[in-house]
Ligand binder design. Structure first.
Ligand SMILES: *Cc1c(COP(=O)(O)O)cnc(C)c1O
Length: 390
């Protein structure tokens, strides 16, 4: 029997069960249905709109409580959060940092802000994030384990850290990742920008690295307009994160004294107000996003040529962005699918371009990334706004 191939009519018809005709559906739009107005208005009425205020403190406390970390520090965006994580993991100029070949550009950019070098690693089919088994095999070849850490035999540079990114909210296999980090003495930094509300074996993402980054950009599950956070279970790192994101100013009633290079990375109170209101809704939002994923899964079941991506078995994912994978035989139809869906008002996007195809990263070290390349050709994200799960 010849396997049925991709059929645009059938695909669109299936998607119409989730996304009825007559509307257009952006990839991900924010939802404000709680105390957002009230809290932002309060900032304006009290003139506490800027870099300190009660909503910043509350957002940090609420976020720490929700994710189960000891300390959360609110910052201007997720990219800045990653930068801070790398600095506090002691990433030095000319170090290499293992990052996914398939990620949003910010993961790799943040490494370069430390004058370090991104070193790209392959993805796993079951999580879409980096593959700890493949990385372990790779490091056993190119890694030179010395008393003070792991060095790259080919470049002579130290491999300081690894940044697993929980793609579209699906957690990387963290037990395996931690084992690789221990074996090769790598600092573990989670890029949890996409995974607020996602659990790995019952524990919230962002709890597994020494330090982790989150994003509250407008397209994420919850938003502060622009914003991010640094999460950690290490009290000392938490204090340092607060310190260096607030210009490393030594607290004093009037003196401007600073004890190291700092950054103006703090989240304004007005954004934190938005964040507090959004956090109050997070549990509900995640349930709605999971309901939406279930709707897609059912609707797309049996549709030829495509497979809906389902969370790994150890995870409870937030399904930040829903995804389908085209069958290998029809990967060359991807752009046609994107065009047809977008023409029909279904805001769909391909996954990111591989990092090492960008001009600034072509010369960076990397392992063979055949899985990432394959996923890169076949994955399409579907409209995933919270409201669609209602
Ligand atoms: C959104 C995102 C970031 C960056 O967050 P910003 O708040 O936009 O700076 C970093 N990494 C990943 C994987 C992201 O999706």
């Amino acid at each position: 029997m010849v396997q049925e191939s991709l059929n645009m009519e059938k695909l669109l018809c299936a998607l119409r069960k989730v996304l009825p005709e007559g509307e257009s559906y952006p990839l991900h739009e924010p939802l404000f249905c709680g105390n957002e107005n009230k809290y932002v208005q309060e900032c304006i009425d009290t003139a506490w709109v800027s870099s300190v205020g009660k909503f910043v403190d509350r957002f940090e406390a609420d976020l720490a409580a929700y994710t189960g970390v000891k300390r959360a520090v609110a910052v201007v965006n997720g990219t800045a959060a990653l930068h801070v994580c790398l600095i506090l993991s002691n990433v030095q100029p000319n170090d290499e940092v293992l990052v996914p070949a398939l990620t949003f550009i910010a993961t790799a950019n943040a490494v370069t802000y430390c004058h370090a070098i991104p070193h790209f690693v392959d993805s796993a089919y079951d999580t879409l994030g980096i593959d700890p088994d493949a990385i372990e095999a790779y490091l056993s070849e190119i890694g030179d384990l010395r008393a003070d850490g792991c060095y790259n035999k080919k470049t002579g540079r130290r491999i300081r850290a690894v940044v697993p990114m929980h793609a579209f909210g699906h957690p990387v296999d963290m037990d395996k990742m931690i084992a690789v980090c221990e074996k090769y003495q790598l600092a573990l930094i989670e890029d949890a920008a996409e995974s607020i509300g996602s659990l790995y074996k019952g524990r919230h993402t962002g709890n597994f690295g020494q330090i982790s980054a989150m994003s509250f950009n407008g397209n994420k599950t919850i938003t502060t307009g622009g914003g991010g956070a640094v999460l950690t279970n290490d009290e000392e790192l938490g204090k340092l994160a607060k310190h260096i994101t607030t210009q490393a100013k030594i607290p004093h009633r009037w003196a401007y004294a600073h004890d190291r290079i700092g950054y103006n990375y703090r989240m304004p109170n007005i954004n934190a107000g938005l964040g507090c209101a959004q956090l109050e809704k997070l549990l509900e939002y995640v349930e709605k996003k999971r309901r939406l994923a279930e709707k897609y899964r059912k609707a797309l079941d049996g549709v030829p040529g495509v497979r809906f991506f389902v969370e790994p078995e150890f995870a409870k994912s937030n399904y930040w962005l829903n995804a389908i994978l085209l069958d290998e035989g029809v990967a060359n139809k991807r752009d046609h699918v994107l065009e047809t869906l977008n023409d029909a008002g279904v805001g769909s996007r391909p996954i990111w371009e591989l990092m090492y195809t960008m001009p600034m990263f072509t010369d960076c070290p990397r392992m063979d990334c055949k899985v990432a390349e394959d996923i890169g050709k076949r994955l399409i994200n579907l409209p995933s706004s919270v409201r669609l799960g209602e």
